[in-house]
Design a protein around this ligand. Structure first.
Ligand SMILES: N=CN[C@@H](CCC(=O)O)C(=O)O
Ligand SMILES: [Zn+2]
Length: 412
C-alpha cells in the first residue's frame, strides 16, 4: 500500500536529517515546507519536498491536501488511559470546594479507581481502554505512553499490563507501557507502606519484567505518596531489570525528584507544576526531558509548568495529556497544544515541537517517530483547511484534524 499526499499548504516538522530532540532556542523554529508533497510506502516515509520539485509517482491512494496542513501525529508521552469507570462524583466534590488532596485523604482519588479496576474483568478493561485510545487517534495522536498504577496489587497491576499488551497488539498506534505500581499506597498497606514497596521491588518488578513489554518505571514522588528515599529504592531496584525512570515529580511539592531522576538517567521527569532554580540546574546537561501536563493544571486549577523558564534555560520540553480519570480526563492533544500556548506562553512553533518530536523523545521513539524524515514511520495527520498552522492552537477546544495516517494506513 502506498499513499501520496499532494498540494500540502504547509508540511511541518520536515527534516532532511534525522532530528531526535529540540532544545531551548531550537524549539522556536518549526521546520516547514510550503506547497509540499509526501510519499509513503507501506509504513515508511519515502519522499517529501516542494511541489515544484515533484515528479509523478504511482501510488495506491492519492490525497489532495490543498489548503491543509500536514504534520507528524501527536506523540502523547504521558497517559493513564487504561482505567475503569470514571470519577465524576469527585469532580462535583471539587466543584463544591474539596481539593484533590482532601478527596484522596477520604479514600477517593487513585484508590477509588484502583478498587473499580480490581473489580473489572480484563476484557471489560480492554474494551473501555481501547475505546479511549481510538478517540485519541481520531484527534491526531499516533503514539501514546500508557501507565499502570490503578491496580495496586500484583494481580491487578499485571492485569493492566496484559491489557496494555493487548492494546499494543491490536492498535496501529505506537504504545509505550510504563510500570507505575508506586502510584499510591493501597488501603490495606496504609500503616505498612514499606511492605508495599517491598512487594513492588521483590515481586511486581520481576513479574512485570517477565511479560517482556515494559521498559520504563514510574513513581509518584509526592508528599503523602512516595518520598525521595522510597522513590530511589524503587528506581534502584528497577535499574537491575533495565527499567528506565519516567517519573511523576513536583506536581504539588518539590521533594528533589528531578535531581534524583537525572541521577538515575530518567528519560523524562513529568508534571513540574512546582519548579525551582535548583531543578532547572539539575536538568542542564542531562539526557532527561521535562514533560509538562497542562490538562492537569487546567482541570485541577493548579499552576501551569513554567515553560518559559525551562525553554529559556536552553532545555528541551515535551507536552502531554496525562489522560486519567482524576486529574485530567481528556486525551485531546490539540487542546494540550493550545493550552501550552495560551497558559504557558509557548509559541505555536514551540508547542508543536513539544507535542511531536520532543514527545517522541520522551517515549524513547524519536529515532523513528515525531518528524517527517525519509525512513521514519508514517504517522501523520492532515488538518481541516486552514491558512496557517497557528490556527491549530488558536482555535482552542475545536478539532482541527481531518484525516490521520498511522503506520502508513489512512484511517478515515
Ligand atoms: N499524580 C498522579 N497521577 C495522576 C493522577 C491520578 C489520578 O488522580 O487518578 C496524574 O498524573 O495526575
Ligand atoms: Zn500522570
Amino acid at each position: 500500500m502506498s499513499t501520496l499526499i499532494l498540494n500540502i499548504k504547509q508540511l511541518l516538522q520536515a527534516h532532511e536529517s534525522n532530528v531526535t530532540i529540540l532544545k531551548g532556542e531550537e524549539m522556536k523554529t518549526l521546520s516547514i515546507i510550503e506547497d509540499a508533497y509526501v510519499y509513503i510506502d507501506h509504513d515508511t516515509i519515502i519522499e517529501f519536498g516542494k511541489m515544484e520539485d515533484y515528479r509523478p509517482i504511482e501510488a495506491d491512494i492519492t490525497i489532495d491536501a490543498a489548503g491543509k496542513i500536514v504534520l507528524p501525529s501527536w506523540c502523547d508521552s504521558h497517559s493513564h488511559i487504561v482505567y475503569a469507570g470514571d470519577r465524576t462524583s469527585e469532580f462535583v466534590d471539587r466543584i463544591n470546594g474539596l481539593s484533590y488532596e482532601e478527596i484522596a485523604n477520604k479514600g477517593g482519588g487513585i484508590l477509588n479507581s484502583a478498587k473499580v479496576l480490581q473489580d473489572t474483568s480484563e476484557d471489560e478493561l480492554f474494551e473501555q481502554s481501547i475505546k479511549r485510545l481510538n478517540e485519541l487517534i481520531a484527534m491526531g495522536t499516533g503514539a501514546v505512553e500508557i501507565k499502570t498504577g490503578y491496580g495496586l496489587t500484583v494481580e491487578a497491576e499485571l492485569k493492566m499490563l496484559r491489557v496494555i499488551k493487548r492494546i499494543k497488539q491490536e492498535s496501529l498506534a505506537v504504545i509505550i507501557p510504563t510500570l507505575l505500581a508506586a502510584h499510591a499506597i493501597p488501603a490495606e498497606y496504609k500503616s505498612k507502606k514499606q511492605e508495599y514497596i517491598k512487594l513492588i521491588i521483590e515481586e511486581l518488578i520481576p513479574k512485570a519484567s517477565q511479560l517482556n513489554i515494559v521498559h520504563y518505571i514510574d513513581v509518584f514522588c509526592e508528599k503523602g505518596y512516595f518520598n525521595l528515599k522510597e522513590t530511589e529504592a524503587i528506581l534502584a531496584a528497577a535499574k537491575a531489570y533495565n527499567l528506565q525512570p519516567k517519573i511523576h515529580v513536583n506536581q504539588f511539592n518539590i521533594l528533589g525528584g528531578i535531581a534524583l531522576g537525572v541521577e538515575y538517567n530518567a528519560l523524562s521527569v513529568d508534571h513540574l507544576e512546582e519548579l525551582n532554580d535548583k531543578d532547572i540546574e539539575a536538568l542542564k546537561g542531562s539526557n532527561t526531558i521535562p514533560v509538562a501536563l497542562p490538562g492537569c493544571s487546567y482541570f485541577l486549577g493548579i499552576p501551569y509548568t513554567k515553560a518559559r523558564d525551562i525553554i529559556d534555560a536552553g532545555l528541551p520540553l515535551a507536552i502531554a495529556t496525562d489522560y486519567n480519570p482524576g486529574s485530567a480526563p481528556s486525551g485531546n492533544m490539540n487542546f494540550i497544544v493550545s493550552s501550552a500556548c495560551v497558559k504557558m506562553k509557548m509559541t505555536p512553533e514551540e508547542a508543536i515541537n513539544a507535542a511531536t518530536i520532543n514527545g517522541a523523545y520522551a517515549m524513547g521513539i524519536s529515532n523513528m517517530y515525531g518528524s517527517i524524515t525519509r525512513g521514519k514511520k508514517a504517522n501523520l495527520l492532515i488538518t481541516k483547511p486552514m491558512n496557517h498552522y497557528s490556527e491549530i492552537p488558536y482555535g482552542f477546544a475545536h478539532n482541527p484534524i481531518e484525516q490521520v495516517i498511522i503506520n502508513g494506513q489512512l484511517l478515515n
